[in-house]
Design a binder for this molecule. Structure first.
Ligand code: NAP
Length: 257
């Protein structure tokens, strides 16, 4: 079998599906955009970092794909809703929503500033709520949808210095399971992916000692790659995963088993 044929046969069934990816300008979100586009989905990026997301759009278009980037702060419902309408006008519907935008503001709880608690909850949890509110109605109407919320193993097992982040990511798990129960009857699946320690700008801020300490807890003895998370997400939004909903799937090299 030649390479082209092998690639064709390996494609997930999402051709012409329209996907919103929040935080798609870099890291895990960028890889999700590229992987979905390789599988011939149309990509709408919601990111506060316009420059980076326009670069992703250029990369997708250069390979013959279809993509649009909109400057959106997911904490602002009006912006999210306006951008969702723009995406619907352009692509005639939304089939897939990946709630990936997320931040950390780490410190021990006793030293944690209220503003750092609030901001992490606002971006990670309220941002997910805002995007769901804006997109869900059109999915219900068309009786089809795929939602993947990016949680974290820290939302499952907790972590010193990350009470705000852990609470936001645990909240995403409860939200995922409740929503999966609410919208299953409309042909909409809702799942969460909980990555472990993935090599992105978010984790590159850590010093070498911290990185080595984390890797020593990972049975596979390395960081994960954003592309590995993107492959799992692509599967979850495909036709092939039609009977999976309400799940929280860890992708962490065995770290939190
Ligand atoms: P990243 O490289 O920092 O990328 C996140 C993107 O989201 C950035 O482009 C960021 O823009 C954007 N963003 C931040 N706040 C936003 C807002 N309010 N509205 C819209 N966009 C916003 O992060 P990542 O490591 O790829 O993480 C992606 C997701 O995976 C996050 O939810 C994270 O919690 C989760 N996760 C990551 C890891 C890991 O080890 N990396 C592990 C578990 C879970 P700016 O750069 O301009 O802020």
């Amino acid at each position: 079998m030649n390479n082209e044929l092998r690639t064709m046969n390996n494609k997930m069934n999402i051709k012409n599906r329209v996907a919103i990816v929040t935080g798609g300008g870099q890291g895990i979100g960028k890889e999700i955009c590229l992987r979905l586009a390789e599988n011939e989905a149309k990509i709408v990026i919601f990111d506060i970092n316009e420059e980076l997301s326009q670069e992703v759009v250029r990369e997708i278009k250069a390979k013959g794909g279809s993509s649009l980037a909109l400057k959106v702060d997911v904490t602002k419902y009006e912006e999210v809703n306006g951008a969702t309408q723009q995406a619907i006008d352009k692509f005639k519907g939304i089939d897939i929503l990946i709630n990936n935008a997320g931040i950390t503001k780490d410190s021990l709880l006793l030293r944690m500033k209220e503003e750092d608690w609030n901001r992490v909850l606002q971006v990670n949890l309220n941002g997910t709520f805002n995007c769901l509110k804006a997109v869900l109605r059109s999915m219900v109407k068309q009786k089809y949808g795929r939602v993947v919320n990016i949680s974290s193993v820290i939302g499952i097992r907790g972590n010193i210095g990350q009470a705000n982040y852990s609470a936001s990511k645990a909240g995403i798990i409860g939200l995922t399971k409740s929503l999966a129960r609410e919208v299953g009857r409309y042909g909409i699946t809702v799942n969460a992916v909980a990555p472990g320690f993935i090599d992105t700008a978010m984790t590159r801020r850590l010093n070498k000692e911290a990185v080595d300490a984390i890797i020593s807890q990972v049975p596979l003895q390395r960081m994960g790659k954003p592309g590995e998370v993107a492959s799992l997400v692509t599967y979850l939004v495909s036709e092939e995963a039609a009977y999976i909903t309400g799940e929280v799937i860890k992708i962490d090299g065995g770290m939190a088993m």
